[in-house]
Ligand binder design. Structure first.
Ligand code: ZN
Length: 452
């Protein structure tokens, strides 16, 4: 098929240049002079002045002092204004809901987490939605009180998502089926909503804000009840043919191993998932091998009350039985990671959620397995890193889905929110044409358009 050449009218060029300038400022994370922007983009000074003025009028960037205080040569500096807007991140966990508010620079400015369960069972869907909506409303109130525009709500759900409609097709651990979450919350909160698989959202969050910045090929492994994941290949999220990619927790590690919730046996998460680890510690407690835990007031002698946070506490206290269980989990994790490295030759493996909280106990044995099982050529340059956000990696990842939209196209985002947009000429703005692709820009050249 003949590929069409990519051209654009003046509005399209301006929209693209605004994106490039805003991304440059966002990536720099510090004040930048107009002269530097002119030098980096190759655009002329008046065009750059107009682009900067537009970003400033939207409140996305602000003046930030002058670079040269000598008389006659003051150069005004600009930088991204953290208070230029807020984004909400929501993580629907199996037994908790976590909501955060990020500023425009990606820093958490407000957060709240609540535990939800019905006597140890999963809470009914409408109750989960109600609780989440209450928390989201609190976050919206916080954003309004700070006088910052709200750009949208990013949601991470541990299930299979139709990423075009934002419908949760199936979330087995939540017992959800065909929940049109994006539609529900867009109508309710009247702001843009993006819904994604938790592991995918977290992988994208690490790429935008965390330890995977600048890494083209990496895996994100999240520990919670099970093991979730996200795969980034050539800088893009890999969804697979049907959108189900990333189920790293269901990689078979031991053919006749423990029964997994997926119906298979011996999956990675039956050894490394939070539920698997907690169950082993509970069993050890029943056998009287971890008396220190049973004596905790929260546990009060009931092994079934032991949760992952208690396991981590016991490890911190140096409980040998618990440490041994975690080391063993680390070995299995290492086998799983070795399989991934041999198959994909990634540059980085990021551990998030409970895997990041337990990293110091599981990493040494995981690393030993990786060293012995990975082909020497693939082993050389692969890094195993703990998520910058640890337990917050999923919820920050969910929020990053909205940040990504602003970075991808500030013009479209501001227009969506009802902000005035100056067009390159006096012609009417045509929003539907020339949408830029949904990806971060890398070394993209600005288009020279002196009339912009
Ligand atoms: Zn499984």
């Amino acid at each position: 098929m003949k590929r069409r050449l990519q051209t654009g009218n003046q509005n399209w060029v301006r929209q693209r240049n605004l994106r490039i300038v805003f991304n440059y400022l966002w990536d720099q994370g510090q004040p930048v002079s107009l002269a530097e922007l002119v030098k980096e983009t190759g655009l002329n000074r008046s065009t750059m002045g107009s682009l900067v003025a537009q970003l400033q009028s939207w409140g996305l960037i602000m003046e930030s002092g002058i670079s040269d205080p000598r008389p006659g040569r003051p150069a005004v500096l600009v930088q991204v204004d953290g208070d230029g807007g807020r984004v909400i991140g929501v993580e629907i966990g199996v037994d908790f809901i976590y909501v955060v508010l990020l500023n425009l620079k990606g820093a958490i400015v407000w957060q709240k987490q609540i535990e939800i369960s019905d006597n140890g069972d999963v809470l009914a869907q409408d109750l989960v939605l109600n609780q989440a909506q209450t928390l989201i409303q609190e976050a919206i109130t916080q954003a309004l009180e700070s006088n910052c525009p709200l750009f949208g709500i990013g949601v991470g759900v541990p299930g299979i998502i139709d990423h075009t409609s934002g419908t949760v097709l199936l979330a087995p651990n939540l017992k959800w089926k065909n929940v049109p979450l994006c539609d529900l919350w867009t109508q309710r909160f009247r702001v843009p909503v993006v819904v994604a698989h938790t592991g995918n959202a977290a992988a994208l969050g690490e790429q935008l804000l965390g330890v995977a910045q600048g890494t083209e090929n990496f895996f994100y492994l999240n520990g919670s009840v099970g093991i979730g994941g996200g795969i980034v290949i050539d800088g893009k999220l890999y969804r697979g043919e049907e959108g189900f990619a990333g189920e790293i927790g269901h990689m078979t590690i031991v053919p006749d191993g423990p029964q997994c919730s997926c119906g298979n046996r011996g999956c990675l998460e039956t050894f490394v998932g939070g539920r698997a680890i907690t169950n082993q510690v509970r069993q050890a407690a029943r056998e009287g091998r971890v008396p220190s835990l049973l004596n905790l007031s929260e546990i009060a002698g009931n092994p079934n009350a032991i949760k992952m946070k208690h396991v981590l506490y016991a490890a911190e206290q140096g409980d040998l039985v618990v440490l041994q269980i975690l080391r063993q989990a680390g070995s299995y994790l290492g086998i799983g990671i070795a399989n991934l490295i041999n198959a994909f030759n990634p540059g980085l493996i990021v551990l998030g959620g409970t895997l990041s909280l337990a990293a110091q106990y599981i990493l040494p044995t995981a690393q030993a397995e990786i060293n012995s099982r990975v082909l020497a050529v693939s082993r050389k340059n692969v890094q195993i890193a703990v998520s910058l956000f640890k337990f917050e990696s999923n919820v920050v990842g969910a929020a990053s889905l909205i940040l990504r939209e602003i970075l991808n196209d500030p013009t479209e985002k501001m227009q969506q929110l009802g902000f005035p947009v100056k067009t390159a000429s006096n012609s009417r703005w045509n929003q539907s044409s020339n949408k830029t692709p949904r990806r971060r820009i890398e070394n993209e050249r600005a288009f020279k358009d002196d009339s912009a």
